[in-house]
Write a protein that binds this ligand. Structure first.
Ligand code: BTN
Length: 297
């Protein structure tokens, strides 16, 4: 119903509460409650003035036909599954993984309970940001551990193509001006000796790019990087990751379960994408997905 109301407002704004209630076949009270709920989810998305309601900004809804056309133009043979709303595109993809062919894009206009690494919540703006899960089937010998690194380079390149300076924080967070603008969560299931892999990406649309186009550019960049990895291996991508790393050569603290477990200079990532730091004990490697790093002053 939230999305229905937003679509209604997008077409009819500014409009009265009576009109919205009528259009949605709700009572006035139900409509007011729904508006309050939406504004709680996203502050002041619906603006009330002079007894009328309107959206605070234009919503850029996904358009299946447009995205399919853009995919064809890029010679990308992907299956597209768009939803108005999903709790979490990664959770949905994993739950129905058997149904999805290799190269399936699952996305929505509103992801209302997205999650990230360490079980953290991932918040995104309705019909503005990108939240997408891309399902791949990889052979059993494909090195899934490298996907976070590969995908981080894909987003780094995409933003650079838009002349946006950005850097990568190990293993796959993308920062612009010290603000995280994208995160990646790779989740994998092994079935019949194949990897059924979900690459979940949240990308803030901080420059108000056209959303349909941005989604296709993102999928294109991920597809290109996976092809480059399959063709040429990891060495060049590792170099590119290092060249665009936020913290290379800087002193960092390694954090696990909220406690600092080591400190040192971030000097490298290894052939498995693991973090390499140097301190008085020598070179130390951390590969666990349970650790994160903080920049020292
Ligand atoms: C992180 O930085 O911790 C990773 C964030 C990943 C968020 C994306 S949004 C699409 C997909 N669905 C989810 O629930 N999570 C991922």
């Amino acid at each position: 119903m939230e999305i229905k109301l937003l679509h209604y407002l997008d077409k009819h704004q500014p409009t009265s509460i009576a009109n919205i209630a009528d259009g949605l076949k709700l009572t006035t009270l139900e409509t007011l409650k729904l508006i309050a709920k939406i504004n709680q989810i996203q502050t002041e998305l619906i603006v009330n003035s002079d007894a009328t309601y309107r959206l605070s900004h234009h919503l850029d809804w996904f358009d299946t036909a447009k995205i399919k056309e853009l995919l064809v133009n890029k010679n990308l043979d992907y299956t597209l599954q768009l939803h108005d709303q999903l709790k979490s595109s990664n959770a949905y993809a994993l739950k129905h993984i058997e149904q999805f062919k290799n190269k399936t894009i699952i996305s929505c206009d509103w992801q209302y309970s997205g999650h990230g690494r360490f079980g953290r919540r991932w918040l995104s703006k309705i019909a503005e940001d990108i939240t997408v899960s891309i399902v791949y089937t990889f052979p059993s010998d494909f090195n899934i551990a490298l996907l976070p690194i590969i995908c981080a380079v894909a987003i780094n390149r995409l933003l650079k193509n838009h002349s946006i300076q950005n850097c990568i924080k190990w293993p796959n967070d993308i920062y612009v001006n010290q603000t995280k603008v994208a995160g990646i969560l790779v989740e994998n299931l092994v079935r019949n000796r194949e990897n059924h892999t979900v690459i979940g990406i949240g990308l803030d649309n901080f420059a108000s790019w056209k959303r349909n186009k941005l989604l296709v550019e993102l999928v294109t960049s991920i597809d290109t990087l996976i092809s480059e990895f399959n063709l040429f291996g990891f060495a060049l991508l590792r170099r590119e990751w290092l060249d665009n790393c936020c913290h290379l050569g800087k002193r960092v603290t390694i954090v696990q379960n909220g406690s600092s477990i080591a400190e040192g200079k971030h000097v490298d990532i290894d052939e498995q994408g693991a973090l390499v730091i140097q301190n008085t004990s020598g070179l130390q490697t951390y590969s666990s997905s349970a650790i994160s790093l903080l920049l020292n002053d």
